[in-house]
Design a binder for this molecule. Sequence first.
Ligand SMILES: Cc1cc2nc3c(=O)[nH]c(=O)nc-3n(C[C@H](O)[C@H](O)[C@H](O)COP(=O)(O)OP(=O)(O)OC[C@H]3O[C@@H](n4cnc5c(N)ncnc54)[C@H](O)[C@@H]3O)c2cc1C
Length: 324
Amino acid sequence: MRHIHIIGGGLAGCEAAWQLARRNVECILYEMRPQIMTEAHVTSNLAELVCSNSFRSDDSTANAVGVLHEEMRRCDSLIMKAADTARLPAGSALAVDRHLFSESVEEAITEEKLINLERKEMTLSQLSADANVIIATGPLTSSRLSDEIAILSGRESLAFFDAIAPVVYTESIDFSKAWYQSRYDKNTELNSSGDYINCPLNKKEYDDFIDDLTSQETIEFKSWEKETPYFEGCMPIEEMARRGRETLRFGPMKPVGLTNPHTDEQPHAVVQLRQDNQAASLYNMVGFQTKTRHSNQKQLFRRIPGLENAEFAKLGGAAQKYIY
Ligand SMILES: Cc1cc2nc3c(=O)[nH]c(=O)nc-3n(C[C@H](O)[C@H](O)[C@H](O)COP(=O)(O)OP(=O)(O)OC[C@H]3O[C@@H](n4cnc5c(N)ncnc54)[C@H](O)[C@@H]3O)c2cc1C
């Protein structure tokens, strides 16, 4: 069989190359970084996770994403193997140390003899018309290739949404108010005391936070974002709060399955933080993507009990864009 061209050395491209090699099929895997960087990647590593370190639920008995994980594991998936190697405590979710994860994928790909890695931007016009090609260039496809895809597939059919949750230094969290617990105590064996850090809000604190959040000035949409509607699965918190006072309490701030050990009660609302690196020195605020101004975010989030003195390694963001 002729070899296969795979454009893009992200999660999808690396998995495709790995699966082909398992079947004795040779491929060329093209990755344009570091020669050409994207707006979000910061390293030259293959399979760099640009945002959340979570692969969502790993529950293969009751969740569709968890079932998909299990199916991939049974197919000897490289991505799942790397994720399991880099796994961090995150309750029933699968979260990873992003650096360990991508290093582990890169090592496996470079050691595999049937995978020929070429570090260059690839476009369809550089390949013969009958070449076997897998396009796996993800949401930040280079502009030359997106132009070609747009012609093939039709304008405005491609869009991406980006959500960045703020990341906090663990040592700056006040544990006289916050506590470790997984929702419904579904811990991983990695952290028996609880995989999430929880910050509780009573009714007044929640109401004040919502008032403050909804009155925040947000970052202007870029010209290329204006025509793109919000993606419901990836909405900024202030936009959720504007849809109704209780929306966040039924979304990222839901308190169910959690008991505050300082009061022995279920809080009115909760902010959950998930481990972000293997050293457990960083935790991200789950579901707290936001378009509020960076200059205001620290003050806003320091209103949350337990985060009064929080130091931030990264502030939140949200963007959306038609690729073409
Ligand atoms: C800012 C941002 C935030 C995101 N947040 C999340 C999130 O929180 N959760 C989530 O599940 N998903 C998120 N995503 C989507 C995320 O990108 C995907 O989940 C995942 O990375 C998709 O894997 P992929 O292999 O399709 O693409 P990628 O991992 O992006 O890999 C594509 C690769 O192709 C390369 N490439 C592009 N064009 C060319 C070319 N012409 N020639 C050669 N190489 C090329 C790129 O450099 C890149 O390495 C986010 C995406 C962005 C951009």
